[in-house]
Write a protein that binds this ligand. Structure first.
Ligand code: ADP
Ligand code: MG
Ligand code: ZN
Length: 618
């Protein structure tokens, strides 16, 4: 085989013309013989960073990956691109496993995916110690860290394994988790040697972001799904019970839906996941147990039926949307109950049982703080994207043009009087109570708690009785968001004054709040949303092209069935859309479509070209 450079490998095997941000630096680092560490968001293309050098280096690249489904998918993808790759994990029968090892020993695979548990087994060591291992690539590297959300003790075996090899291979690590603790843990635990680091931006500009507070979540969901037929997406719920409820109702209402949560059997989970990945079911209703490593590129929407517990979790979950870089929509349905449910999870967290009491308290406190930041996301009137990126320490313009807040018309409302009463009430009760007691006091509620605390004798009692409760809540959140009030991080969540509270009481600083224009907001929000979408797409297919797209899609489905791989592994939606627009007639035309390389052309090119020929005749 002729020797290809990295750009040729990218084009020939993967069918792409250009590297994405960060990919080249990491690939060059590896080809220079250095360790590398890539911290890049989900969907940014980390796999190519180790796959391309693996094809160019002499010797074998071992890829450590936590999930069987993930390995299967990536290996299928590589095989589709004409690359010999294999995986070694517990899903293989002993016979298949030994066969694969046999081939591996014979040097047939430049890339082998391995489950971390396999690393210390005798048969695997026998192979590894007698082969030339050029690189160990650790995917989802945050699994080594106890700080991360997905700690896997088996990941700790990686370093032991590397130490046993006669020559230390290049070690590369990849993760989408960005927090400082996790990052440091990865470098320490994997003992990366002066790695080339690459952290790329967290922004996913193709994702439309929105928060809604529907009175009836199910109705809102149904309306959305009816307006988006033929599109696939994930609906995340906080509890298994809700997953059952929502998926059942959707099925009864005639939607193509499946479900996933930890309460189902392994077999059913696998089946349902495959139904979704293979496009046999369009909609997946799931708890957060679903999704790690899912590389389905045409997930068009992610709807959160409940608010998740942290921005980290939210961003990871919506990261599965629109990985083909086409437009996708991420909508969060907020309700106050979601906060309560998340609080319950924090207070009854059983995962941390092995931690000592003090550490457990610290973890719980940290989680409450995360929940608070998540809750503020649902109330901010500022750019939602900016809010998330600032959370991860990135600074952008406070306008993205592709989130509900950037697309909604707001009016400025003077809420100074409400603010004064709320801060005054907190002060006069000597900062002893939580949000509910404060709100109940100012609106003059006659509850047992209010009488018990004698808040009905408080000077602010009933002062804001005429203001609707949702407005009081909005202002309370705004005051916290702007640091005029704060809340303790223990489980009691007591409202406290801050250094700036006095501005409101003593200096009578006016508090102006942005609120959606009531009437317009509803109708306007909708049309704006549409405008935002098509603006980002740039490609609204015409009716004839849409028909063409459907033809291409069914051919893709036919091939996927024959080859027993998910459709998006044959070609992504993006590739099909490009075909529709460019209407290729020759091989050269086809090769200029993103996602089509020599190998894939050789396999399917003619069949797709035929569709265009037939189409031109008609
Ligand atoms: P990550 O592991 O970072 O979440 P993946 O490696 O799974 O992301 O890649 C996500 C998607 O991006 C895949 O569909 C992949 O084919 C595509 N992709 C990767 N690199 C490029 C590139 N240079 N040009 C176009 N598409 C790319
Ligand atoms: Mg990945
Ligand atoms: Zn915005």
């Amino acid at each position: 085989m002729e020797i290809l450079d990295k750009c040729q490998v990218l084009k020939q095997y993967f069918g792409f013309d250009m590297f994405r941000e960060g990919q080249e630096k990491l690939i060059d680092g590896i080809l220079d013989g250095k360790d590398v560490f890539g911290i890049m968001p989900t969907g940014s293309g980390k796999s190519l960073c180790f796959q391309i050098p693996a094809l160019m280096m002499e010797g074998i690249t071992l890829v450590i990956s936590p999930l069987i489904s993930l390995m299967k998918d990536q290996v299928a993808s590589l095989n589709q691109a004409g690359i010999h790759a294999a995986y070694l994990n517990s899903s293989l029968t002993p016979g298949q496993y030994h066969k694969a090892l046999e081939y591996a020993k014979a040097g047939r695979y430049p890339i082998i995916y391995v489950a971390p548990e396999r690393l210390e087994t005798e048969s695997f060591l026998d192979f590894a110690l007698n082969s030339k291992i050029a690189m160990v690539a650790v995917d989802e590297a945050h699994c080594v860290s106890q700080w991360g959300q997905d700690f896997r003790p088996s990941y700790l075996k990686i370093v032991e394994f590397i130490k046993r090899l006669s020559k230390r291979p290049i070690v590369s690590a990849f993760t989408a988790t960005a927090t400082k603790e996790v990052r440091e843990d990865i470098i320490d635990i994997l003992m990366l040697q002066d790695p080339v680091m690459m952290t790329t931006g967290y922004d996913r500009p193709n994702l439309y972001l929105s928060v809604q507070t529907p009175r009836d979540k199910y109705e809102a969901l149904k309306t959305y799904l009816e307006a988006h037929p033929e599109q696939g997406g994930i609906i995340y719920c906080l509890t298994r019970k809700l997953v059952e409820e929502v998926s059942t109702r959707l099925r009864e209402d005639g939607f193509s839906v499946t479900r996933y949560h930890a309460g189902l059997s392994d077999a059913e989970r696998r089946r349902n996941q495959d139904d979704f990945i293979y496009d046999r079911c369009l909609i997946m209703v799931a708890t957060n147990a679903f999704g790690m490593g899912i590389d389905k590129s045409n997930v068009r929407f992610i709807i959160h039926y409940n608010m998740p517990g942290s921005i980290e979790a939210y961003y990871q979950e919506i990261g599965r949307c629109a990985r083909d870089q086409e437009p996708g929509e991420c909508i969060l349905y907020y309700s106050g109950q979601d906060v309560v449910t998340n609080q319950f999870f924090i207070d009854h967290n059983t995962e941390n049982r092995e931690l000592d009491y003090v550490t457990r308290q610290i973890v719980a406190e940290r989680d409450r703080e995360r929940l608070r930041k998540m809750t503020f996301y649902c109330f901010t009137r500022e750019c939602l994207r900016d809010y998330i990126l600032r959370y991860f320490g990135e600074y952008h313009a406070n306008y993205c043009g592709n989130c509900v807040n950037c697309l909604t018309q707001f009016e400025s409302v003077d809420v100074t009087e409400i603010a004064k009463a709320l801060v005054g009430c907190v002060s006069s009760c000597r900062q002893r109570y939580g949000v509910t007691v404060i709100l109940d006091t100012v609106r003059g509620a006659n509850t047992a708690k209010i009488r018990q605390y004698r808040m009905d004798e408080n000077p602010y009692y009933g002062m804001l009785a005429k203001i609707p409760i949702y407005r009081l809540r909005q202002v309370m959140n705004e005051l916290m968001l702007r640091d005029f009030l704060s809340v303790t991080t223990d489980e009691y969540a007591i409202v406290k004054l801050t250094d700036t509270s006095k501005k409101i009481i003593d200096e009578a600083e006016p508090v102006i709040m942005k609120m959606a224009k009531e009437q317009e907001a509803r109708t306007k929000g909708k049309s704006d949303q549409k405008a935002g979408r098509s603006k980002k797409t740039g490609v609204e297919l015409s009716a004839t092209d849409k028909a063409l797209f459907e033809k291409l899609r069914s051919l893709r489905m036919e091939i996927a069935r024959e080859e027993q791989v998910p459709p998006y592994i044959v070609f992504s939606d993006k590739t099909l859309v490009h075909m529709c627009l460019s209407k290729p007639e020759t091989k050269a035309d086809m090769l200029s479509v993103p996602g089509i390389g020599e190998f894939k052309f050789g396999k399917y090119g003619k069949r797709f070209l035929r569709i265009f020929k037939e189409n031109a005749v008609n």
